[in-house]
Design a protein around this ligand. Structure first.
Ligand code: SF4
Length: 59
């Protein structure tokens, strides 16, 4: 699913994954929505943002 990248932070999200296409300076996420998985996780170490997309460092 294509996620819209906004030109401003999604105020409900703090994210430090600075290698993500949606990452914005200040530990913000500019994705309009994110998805977190997996179902039935037992602790936060097992959860990941599946919306993560590797930033293209050549652009
Ligand atoms: S899409 Fe996920 S990994 Fe990427 S900046 Fe947003 S919350 Fe972080």
């Amino acid at each position: 699913m294509a996620i819209h990248k906004m030109d401003k932070p999604n105020e409900g999200i703090k994210c430090v994954v600075n290698t993500c296409e949606y990452y914005m300076n200040g530990d913000h996420c500019a994705a309009q929505q994110i998805e977190v998985a997996p179902r039935n996780a037992s602790n936060s170490d097992q959860t990941d943002c599946t919306t993560f997309t590797k930033k293209n460092t050549f652009s």
